[in-house]
Ligand binder design. Structure first.
Ligand code: SAM
Length: 351
């Protein structure tokens, strides 16, 4: 029952190194190399965003199934030292729901060997913890915010916590984590407030990025025909701002940046559904229970926790991770007629 609700995947095929060149990096069979690691540290969240979480929250992962701070840091060390990962991002659920987050970051940054350490968060409670997180080694932060209208925020997230998010944003800026990126999900419900959100972002000196809604909502309401795409957002913003042609400096960076009102400010648009960037994907993921999920949309996960707890050495763990990544699927496949949405929702994977 719990496994079903969390979307714990069916095992489809055993990870294999067959045909893989013997190189240390996390390469896959489609010519890509993963340098960017997302690690989910919990399934718990302080919000219940309709496009992500079920109203009652995700079923709790049994405490013993969650990776500990030490286990997470061991995987970070293997990723950086043995697999060539350069960026580490903690996510969830909501990473601030982990009381030992500073310890996770501290132990991880001690073995990160120059890799960047960042976090994606809703910002709630960040003002009380930012100092300890930065002292532990947190270098960058993205905060998710879909609307600056308090009533709308309460409806969308099923929690009246907008002032707490603003406090978190101010704390991140005051701690010097700038330029601060704000992520907003683009959907029918947020399109109307998109220009207000951009005006607020410009006033507050933060970098706003919209991301097309993906079929990763626990409530399974997403429908291709109903989704708001990047083109509709550009139309909506253009009624109030002058947007000039986008550019993408780094081909693996998902956001296209549009210059606003002649610059220097920009607004990012991540058209993950309609202009897929899968061919340049450089991500690998670890779920809160310690499975490698090489693609957001790939349900065939590979568990590392048993090795971590069973006395395996770092080389064995690295080899299994390499095999899992080698089998990464080519893309999300959303434009295919036979597309089947993944079993896990975004909050259960780690966005
Ligand atoms: N709780 C943290 C937060 O709010 O940023 C981290 C986890 S959250 C799952 C990570 C990101 O995924 C957020 O920016 C959220 O808006 C985004 N997200 C969740 N569901 C999504 C969906 N169905 N489509 C696109 N983005 C989604």
């Amino acid at each position: 029952m719990v496994a079903l609700a969390l979307g714990i995947p069916r095992v489809r095929r055993a990870p294999s190194l067959d045909g893989r060149p013997d190189v240390p990096e996390l390469i896959d069979g489609h010519g890509r190399t993963a340098r960017d690691l997302r690690i989910s540290v919990t399934e718990k969240c302080s919000l219940r965003c309709t496009y992500c979480m079920p109203e009652q929250g995700l079923p709790a992962i049994p405490r013993d199934d969650l990776l500990s701070a030490t286990e997470i840091a061991r995987l970070v060390g293997i990723a950086v030292r043995d697999l060539g990962v350069r960026d580490i991002r903690f996510t969830g659920g909501e990473p601030l729901m982990r009381a030992d987050l500073a310890e996770i970051i501290g132990l991880s940054s001690a073995v990160a060997d120059g890799a960047s350490i960042s976090m994606t968060t809703n910002g709630i409670g960040l003002d009380h913890r930012i100092r300890s997180l930065v002292d532990a080694g947190l270098g960058r932060i993205n905060i998710s915010l879909d609307t600056v209208d308090r009533d709308h925020f309460a409806r969308l997230t099923r929690r009246d916590r907008l002032p707490a998010v603003f406090a978190g944003i101010e704390a991140a800026k005051a701690a010097g984590l700038t330029p601060l990126k704000i992520n907003a999900v683009l959907m029918r419900d947020t399109l109307g407030g998109a220009a207000d959100l951009l005006a607020w972002a410009l006033e507050n000196g933060v970098r706003l990025r919209f991301i097309e809604q993906m079929p990763l909502d626990a409530d399974e309401q997403w429908a291709r025909d109903d989704m708001v795409d990047a083109a509709k957002l550009v139309d909506a913003l253009s009624a109030r701002f002058t947007l000039s042609r986008p550019h993408r400096d780094d081909p693996s960076a998902p956001a296209e940046d549009w210059v606003v009102d002649g610059g220097p400010a920009t607004v990012g648009i991540i058209a993950s559904v309609t202009r897929s960037f899968c061919e340049a994907c450089d991500r690998t993921r670890i779920t809160a229970e310690g499975t490698v999920r090489s693609c957001l949309f790939g349900d065939d996960e590979t568990g590392l926790r048993a090795l971590l707890r069973g006395g395996a050495d770092d080389h064995e763990i690295a080899q299994l991770w390499r095999a899992a990544q080698w089998g990464k699927q080519a893309g999300h496949g959303m434009s295919r007629p036979d597309f089947v949405r993944p079993l896990r929702s975004m909050g259960a994977i780690g966005g």
